[in-house]
Every structure is written in C-alpha cells, then in structure tokens.
Design a protein around this ligand. Structure first.
Ligand code: 4AD
Ligand code: MG
Length: 449
C-alpha cells in the first residue's frame, strides 16, 4: 500500500504501527482543549477515518482553528487500533496541515438531513454528502460492470453520433441543433433520442455491438423518472431474435446488481438504512428471480381481471402506463417481468412484425419501484416492411435512406434494447427521483446550469 492510501484501503488493509498520510476533507470535528477527533473522508468510501490530534501533533493554533467541516486537510500519522466502536483503526496524528478553508458561516453542508430538493439546488456541492457519494460510487460501478458484461460476451463497444437527422423512436421529441439561426449542416439536425439506428448499421459489420452514450428527449413530462438528458446502454446483435434479446436483458440486469453487491456493500447498507428500507431485499430478489415472461395480450388480461380502478383505463391497443406496469411487477407477480409482442400501432417503425399481423416483437423489462427499465425489440429486417411502416407513420422514406440501404445488403434478423442508465441507478440505490442519480440533471424547466 502507498504511503498516502485512500481511506477505503487504509481502514481495511492499513497496517497498525505504520505511518501514513491521509488526504481528504473534514467531515466533522469534536473534542476538548487537549484532544480533537477529526473525522476525515476522501470520497473513496462512505466510511471515514478518525484522526486524533493532541499535544504531540505538529499543528499551529491557526491551522487548528481552520479545521472546520468541509475544509481540506493533509494529516501524517501512525495507524493505531481504535478504541472507538465501529472502526478497526484510527490515525494518531503526528502532523496536520489545512489546505483549503471552508467557512462555517457559508459552507452549506454543515449538518446532516438536508432535503433532496435543497441538495439539488447545490448540485455542484452535493457529491460531498453521504447519500450522493454512495449514489455516484454505485453509478460508477454500474458503468464498469456494463463494459465488463458486454466484453465478456464479445460485444464491441461503439460510439454513435449525438447529432443526427433521424427520429429513431418516431415520437417527435427531439431538440434542434442550430448555429445561431442557421442550419449548420445545410439541413435540419437534432440531438439523438437513441443510438440504435447507427448501432444496427454497426451490428451488420461487427456482429455484436453496444453503445453507452448520452441521449436527449424533449418530452414535456416533468416526472420523477424522466430527464431531458440521460444515458442509455444499447446492445445490438445480428442473428439475435426476441428471445435471445430477452435473455441478454435479464442476464445484464442481474450482472449489474451482482456488481453492486460485490463493490458497494457499505454504500448499499447506508442506502438501505436511510433511503429505502426495502432496497437490499428488492435487489436480492431480482438477482435470484426468474423474470416472468408474458405477452402484452396476457398482461392486459391480468390488468382487466384485477378489478383495480386504474386512473388510465386498460384496453387492448392502449399503451401501458406506469401505474399498470407497477401493479404487475409490484403487486401481481411481485418480481421483474418482461412483456413482449405489443400492438404495432403503439410501437416504433423498426420493430419486427409478427405473423399475426397485429403485434410486433417488442419487449419491455419492468422492475418494482421503477416500472420500465429496459425497452427493446427484434428489428424488422425485411426492407419492404420497414418502408410500409414508415409510410404508415407519415414519415419520409428519404429521411431514412441510409437505414433502408442497410437492409438491401445481407439483411438478417437482429435485435437489441436500451437500458435507461439512470433508471438502473435508481433501482440499485433506492433513490426515488431520477434527478438525484445523475450528477448534473437536466429536465424540463429545471436545470441548475
Ligand atoms: O424504450 P425506449 O424509448 O427505447 C429506445 O430508445 C430504443 N431505441 C432502445 C433500443 O432498442 N436500442 O428507451 C429505452 C430506455 C427506457 O426503457 C427507459 O429506461 C429509458 O431508456 N428512458 C429514459 N430515461 C430517462 N429519461 C427519459 N426521458 C427516458 N426515456 C427513456
Ligand atoms: Mg420504451
């Protein structure tokens, strides 16, 4: 271990009797005239290291006065066994220096228990709090686990453009891109809502690919589950059908949960205690469960027979609302489920038309507390069918000319999905508002730029 290890390593594998340098921020300070207990955090773990400062410590009176919550410090000392409860070791400080002050009159994170709304208004500071530290460490774990999962299955990581001209989802919820008043590209251009169409092009060359990028939706839905800027992971695989796609989605979600149990045990315990008491049970249940798989038609039957008075009425051909999805996963089946074969009218043009002529091979993965976390489908690879769907949806074939061209040469069945990264972070942290799982949220009418 280095001489200035991260707190995470120091408290777990630091050797008692050795000298180390602790570099971090003061979380709190208490004590008497003769001895001070300075609690230091460095962001590597939710845990802290206690540094004991006494008459033997080389520190000026002026510096001691600057040891305030939020100040940055460098402390050299000897690691000793701690007499305090709940900690293996502490630092007996030999020398303490304050690097940067945090004025107690103005530093907003003095005490615990700030509301999420307040913390959202100081997004630039909130990563210093326990809750956001835990959330963003778990977010990082999920990103790493994503790359590992797909690499292990021979999916190539690809990058797709942020600026685009085609409306992948056909929902018309795109932000325009201009330079001043001008069409910079000589035509209309937008921020992408999904990297899928480009990923499909790459899957025809590379076989199995995935993207992990920002996506943008100008949805006017000011809900706790929608952002205007969010991140999506989109695998796309040639020769996959809808069943391969569902298997991949289920395995991926379970791998994400496993990674959090493996790397963020302390963060999970904290969030399970202070944010969502059912968090750990829900995650454990999910990774152990076989996801229920049923068709949209079966799901509508369950909802109709439930006798529940939903705000939005249920009927075949109408899209499922969050209340329906949550009823199915939380109350009826009590585990994650995958609904497939939706009516073609409520789904995007690129989905594979089933033989019944009425449904498409779409699938949504629903989990408790969140509802839809993944949306995907087997893609329509029969070019004439894609053209028919585009025209039926009132789109211009010209706008999709390169996409149609793909399927002119060596078209094969293929499938993919999109996981909303923030929804996955919500699920794995118990956070109830999507604005609190992305460092700097952008949502309709509310962005703390
Ligand atoms: O279901 P969606 O719209 O699917 C697609 O965009 C496909 N092109 C994906 C694919 O097949 N490659 O979006 C995928 C997921 C949703 O299940 C949801 O988790 C998330 O993206 N999502 C959002 N997350 C945050 N804010 C929003 N406004 C979101 N819209 C969708
Ligand atoms: Mg969807």
């Amino acid at each position: 271990m280095s001489e200035s290890p991260l707190v995470r390593d120091l408290i777990s594998v630091g050797e008692v009797g050795s000298e180390y340098t602790v570099r971090g921020w003061v979380r709190s300070r208490r004590g008497s005239k003769n001895v001070s207990f300075v609690i230091v955090t460095d962001g590597s773990t939710i845990k802290t290291i206690q540094c004991v400062v006494d008459g033997d410590t080389d520190v000026s009176e002026a510096d001691m006065a600057r040891v305030q919550t939020g100040a940055s410090v460098v402390i050299d000392g000897v690691l000793v066994e701690s007499k305090g409860r709940g900690q293996r070791v502490e630092i007996k400080a030999l020398r303490l220096r304050v690097i940067g002050d945090a004025d107690p009159e103005t530093y907003p994170l003095q005490k615990k228990g700030h509301s999420m709304e307040f913390l959202r208004s100081i997004a630039h500071l909130r990563s210093r709090s326990n809750t956001f530290g835990a959330v963003f460490r778990i977010r990082a774990t999920l990103a790493q686990a994503t790359h590992r999962f797909f690499a292990n299955r021979s999916f190539q990581c690809v990058q797709t453009p942020v600026i685009t001209a085609s409306d992948c989802e056909g929902a018309g919820e795109m932000f325009e891109v201009r330079a001043g008043k001008d069409h910079f590209f000589g035509r209309e251009a937008m921020l992408t809502v999904s990297g899928q169409l480009n990923a499909e092009a790459l899957a025809y060359g590379l076989g199995r690919v995935y993207t992990f990028g920002p996506t943008f939706r100008a949805e006017n839905s000011n809900t706790s589950r929608h952002l205007a800027e969010f991140w999506m992971i989109e695998p796309e695989a040639a020769f996959f059908d809808i069943h391969d796609d569902m298997d991949l989605a289920e395995d991926y979600l379970k791998a994400l949960i496993d990674s959090v149990f493996e790397h963020n045990e302390d963060d999970l315990q904290f969030l399970g205690r202070f944010v969502d008491k059912s968090l750990i049970d829900t995650l454990d249940m999910t990774r152990g469960a076989t996801f229920v798989r049923l068709t949209y038609t079966e799901a509508v039957d369950v909802l109709k027979k439930s006798g529940v008075a939903f705000e939005f009425p249920v009927g075949w051909g109408v899209d499922l609302q969050t209340e329906h999805e949550r009823f199915l996963t939380e109350e009826h089946f009590k585990r994650p489920l995958i609904i497939r074969d939706y009516p073609k009218e409520i789904k995007a043009f690129y989905m594979f038309g089933n033989d019944d002529g009425k449904t498409v091979a779409a699938m949504d993965v629903l989990v408790p507390r969140i509802g839809e976390i993944i949306g995907g489908s087997q893609r329509e690879h029969r070019r004439e069918r894609i053209e028919e769907r585009l025209l039926a949806d009132g789109m211009e074939l010209e706008d999709y000319s390169w996409y149609l061209d793909l399927h002119r040469f060596g078209a094969v069945p293929h499938a993919g999905f999109g996981l909303g990264f923030e929804r996955a972070v919500m699920f794995c942290t118990g956070m109830s508002n999507i604005r609190d799982v992305i460092p700097f949220p952008r949502s309709v009418g509310a962005a703390a730029f």
